[in-house]
Design a protein around this ligand. Structure first.
Ligand code: BES
Ligand code: ZN
Ligand code: ZN
Length: 495
């Protein structure tokens, strides 16, 4: 656990193993602290900058050993590029780098000088939040199955230098938000990284229930049957572990500014069912509950940040297995809203579970509905591993989510819900079939979901790509990423 504090007064008095200074491109000598460091280091800093052609470009870094000339044993100068191209993501990535260097130099305490750089229009609180987010998120490890001594060294203390006393409350706010958000992301990552034998629908329900500040209801099999969630039940029937329908409910203390339903795909393992996946495609399918994990992580965040909106977090949790009772290709199921679906491919199961969860959510008469799901391999083909696919029936909601995602650095890109592909879902014997002809798979899945939102403003986020990484960025680590926790928290905080 990292401890945070603020240092006021002369920054040169700050004691830490690693002192970090952010520097804008070409601004050497402009800021008092870089000048001072250079003086204290008897020109060593400017000398190294010349040799290494350090100008402060984004991602450029300079690590100096102080050999007793300063209070810290190491000084790290991190370039953040020119003011024009500056974004919060630059600082988040910077935070990730700080953490990695702290690990390499075995630094237990880090001192951060945010300084008098003009961070465009961003507030000091947002800037602090981003750096600290990057630091905590990159220090995440999934250690449940590892020996204690295998863990990496961690930063124990972080001291931030506040320029003026008046900034302290903003710095404090940024630190706290970063801490709360990173914990939510870590929870989502933990749930994704946990193998399916330790993350059953029951386990997900248990985690949802342990979140303080939200009201959680768990519906078990008899109640799910009573609610007539036939599409969800069709998926669940092939597994020996029982399904669970999870409802988490957050209410603000005052009058809610808005009412939002957030639904996460919670397939704790996707074998494909009788339309069985080949082994290679099945390896990572414990990740098929990443939407649910993000919703649970998000609820833990908003229980603490307390936005002014009412939120339902909903998950239809189940395995998708090919057991003796499994649904067969060609079976027809009836969703909660009475619509019938011909299940031609049991591997297109996410949309079946989501159909009933969306029906349930629509009954709450929400102002906005958002679902997030590891829904299609097609979205991975279209947008790759780093970008979330977005489809929706309401441009205002699309815009709001886009704005939040730009802030959080979690990229999303809108795909068109082309009406011209609706015919793909026509079944000769039921209202719909659960697959289309093969092209535009991500869009066809989105069109299918749209049939169950009862006309409410809705956005679907396909996180099949970015919910997992084998090529981690600056503040990611291999495995579950917890994608969309921060973006949705930002979206909810803006009401
Ligand atoms: N969970 C998968 C989608 C997926 C694939 C997520 C790869 C992450 C990585 C989903 O249930 C699925 O199997 N979808 C099928 C749909 C098809 C049968 C129409 C797919 O994308 O192949
Ligand atoms: Zn599937
Ligand atoms: Zn799936």
């Amino acid at each position: 656990m990292m401890k945070f504090s603020i240092h006021t007064g002369d920054w040169k008095g700050m004691k830490s193993d690693l002192m970090v200074v952010f520097m804008q491109e070409g601004k050497l000598g402009v800021h008092s602290y870089t000048k001072m460091i250079d003086q204290k280091m008897v020109g060593e800093m400017s000398r190294r900058m010349r040799i290494e052609k350090f100008r402060g470009a984004t991602g450029q870094k300079l690590l100096l050993q102080t050999h007793g000339k300063m209070n810290s044993s190491h000084i790290l100068i991190l370039g953040i590029g020119g003011a024009k191209k500056f974004t919060l993501e630059v600082l988040r990535e910077g935070g990730g780098k700080v953490n990695r260097i702290a690990q390499d130099t075995h630094a237990r305490s880090v001192g951060l000088v945010i300084g008098d750089i003009s961070f465009n229009s961003y507030s000091i609180s947002e800037c602090v939040q981003s750096v600290v987010e990057g630091m905590i998120l990159s220090s995440y490890e999934f250690t449940l199955y590892k020996k204690r001594d295998a863990k990496k060294s961690q930063i124990l203390n972080l001291v931030i230098h506040g320029l003026q006393g008046s900034q302290n409350s903003s710095i404090q706010k940024g630190m706290r938000r970063a801490q709360v958000l990173s914990r939510g992301v870590a929870l989502a990552r933990d749930l994704v990284n946990a193998p399916a034998n330790d993350c059953t629908p029951f386990d997900l329900a248990h985690h949802a229930r342990s979140i303080k500040g939200v009201r959680t209801k768990i519906y078990q099999l008899p109640q799910i049957k009573k609610m007539k969630m036939g599409a969800f039940l069709g998926v669940a029937q092939g597994s020996v572990v029982p399904p669970a329908f999870i409802e988490m409910h957050y209410r603000p203390s005052g009058k809610a500014k808005s009412r939002v339903g957030i639904i996460g795909k919670g397939v704790t393992f996707d074998s494909g069912g009788l339309s069985l996946k080949p082994p290679k495609f099945m390896e990572k399918m414990k990740n098929d509950m990443a939407g649910a994990a993000a919703v649970i992580g998000l609820m833990s965040v908003i229980a603490q940040l307390k936005p002014k909106v009412e939120v339902w977090g909903l998950v239809a949790a189940t395995e998708n297995m090919p057991g003796g009772k499994a649904q067969r290709p060609g079976d027809v199921v009836r969703a909660m809203n009475g619509k019938t679906i011909e299940v031609l491919n049991t591997d297109a199961e996410g949309r079946l579970t989501l159909a009933d969860a969306l029906c349930y959510a629509a009954k709450k008469k929400p102002d906005y509905l958002i679902d997030l799901a590891t829904l299609t391999g097609a979205c991975l083909v279209a947008l790759g591993e780093k970008i979330t696919g977005m489809m929706g029936n309401n441009q205002e909601l699309v815009k709001k989510l886009t704005e939040s995602s730009i802030k959080t650095g979690e990229k999303i890109w809108e795909l068109p819900l082309g009406e011209e592909y609706k015919d793909e879902l026509k079944s000769p014997i039921a209202d719909y079939k659960n697959i289309g002809g093969g092209y535009a798979g991500a869009i066809v899945a989105g069109l299918f979901l749209q049939e169950f939102v009862d006309g409410h403003p809705w956005v679907h986020l396909d996180i099949a790509g970015p919910s997992w990484t084998d090529k981690p960025g600056s503040y990611e680590v291999r495995g579950g990423t917890g994608v969309m926790v921060r973006t949705l928290a930002d979206f909810l905080s803006r009401f």
